[in-house]
Design a protein around this ligand. Structure first.
Ligand code: FEO
Length: 368
């Protein structure tokens, strides 16, 4: 059973969604699933843009077979070698023995690590600005190292002005029939899930994202075909601007208050802090109990709002474990340009507050 969609009359979406997965990368909740996008360009020469995750291989191969309509693909362009997109490379290489694989030097280094394949005579190594001519469609390669792996690149189709962006501009959330961002009423809050995807998966690499955006800045882009989430078509400027702001670590006025609490006392203190912030005129305040809300949602909002206040009790002569996890994850994201405060409560061991201060002093670019 095939399920394919047209992006243009000659470019087809052949991806698939996984709604059975609970945790993306075995870490991040995906209550609305996740889509693995791949595309086929039909021209004098035929190209496949990335593959898909092994969990959707069966659907993916049926889609691909239908899209190709009996043709042998000439090229597989590998923009990204993370396993959720490269899982089917070996199978495609076996199915289509005349197909050449297009990537950069680092792509093939990773491919050799992942697969025991003989690619002699089957690789096309490209570098910045190289053009692959398919006929009507011309593919220009844009290196995007560390967005968010070292080999990552994007491919710009210059005739119809379509950017195949790898993970960039990706989003959590399965596709519910629609493939374009303007086709449904956004029941999953795709902008919110795009923020959560960016902040948790790509967020550490703001500078490489900025470098990639600079390369794209002179290009007209009519469609952004990411490897996850919808194809962005309407309001592309808005999407690119959001990416620009997030990768500059720019924030909106607002406050995230997150707390650990064992018996509700630290939570009561958090409520007092929130009420004081509200009385002071702050409009956007969000509160999270770190034991109930996965840190990926909190990190999404920390990327969005300028203020962060954390509170926790002491546990095992240190920091309450769930808060330790959140702070560790935050430190790994290299977040900048925030205002931070902290508090705690204790009966007989007041170590938590000192631990939060120590974390702030040593690991983050925050203003206390
Ligand atoms: Fe969706 Fe970096 O892989």
């Amino acid at each position: 059973m095939q399920n394919i969609r047209n992006i243009t009359d000659k470019i087809l979406w052949v991806g698939a969604s996984d709604r059975r997965l609970h945790l993306f990368e075995n870490m991040f909740p995906v209550p609305d699933g996740v889509a693995y996008n791949s595309y086929v360009i039909l021209d004098e020469k035929t190209a496949i843009m990335d593959t898909a995750d092994s969990s959707v291989t069966r659907q993916y191969l049926e889609n691909l077979t239908a899209a190709l309509g009996g043709r042998q693909p000439d090229y597989l362009v590998v923009n990204h070698m993370e396993p959720d997109h490269c899982a089917d490379i070996a199978e495609l290489a076996r199915l289509y023995p005349s197909m050449q694989i297009v990537g950069n030097q680092k792509t093939f280094g990773l491919m050799n690590q992942f697969y025991n394949m003989d690619l002699e005579g089957r690789t096309v190594a490209v570098k910045e600005g190289d053009v692959l001519d398919l006929g009507e469609h011309k593919l220009t390669f844009v290196m995007a190292p560390m967005v968010h792996w070292p080999e990552a690149m994007m491919t710009y189709e210059s005739t119809h002005k379509i950017l195949f962006s790898a993970d960039a501009f990706g989003s959590f959330g399965a596709l519910d029939g629609a493939v374009f961002n303007d086709e449904n009423l956004d029941p999953h809050g795709l902008h919110s899930e795009m923020r959560r995807y960016y902040s948790n998966i790509v967020g550490k690499y703001g500078t490489p994202v900025q470098n990639a955006l600079k390369k794209l800045s002179g290009l007209q882009i009519n469609y952004i075909c990411s490897t996850h989430g919808p194809v962005w078509h309407e309001n592309i400027d808005r999407v690119v601007k959001l990416y620009d702001r997030m990768s500059r670590y720019e924030t909106d006025p607002g406050l995230v208050i997150c707390y650990g609490t064992m018996y509700g006392n630290t939570e009561r203190a958090a409520e007092v802090v929130a009420a004081a912030a509200s009385r002071a005129g702050l409009k956007d305040i969000v509160m999270y109990n770190v034991s109930k809300t996965h840190h990926s949602y909190i990190i999404r909002d920390v990327f969005r709002y300028r203020g962060l206040i954390v509170g926790a009790p002491t546990y095992n002569a240190g920091l309450y474990h769930e808060m330790e996890v959140l702070l560790s994850e935050l430190a790994g994201k290299d977040i900048k340009n925030h205002c931070m405060g902290w508090f705690g409560s204790y009966a007989w061991a007041g170590k938590a507050v000192a631990k939060i201060k120590e974390w702030n002093d040593t690991r983050l670019h925050y203003e206390a």
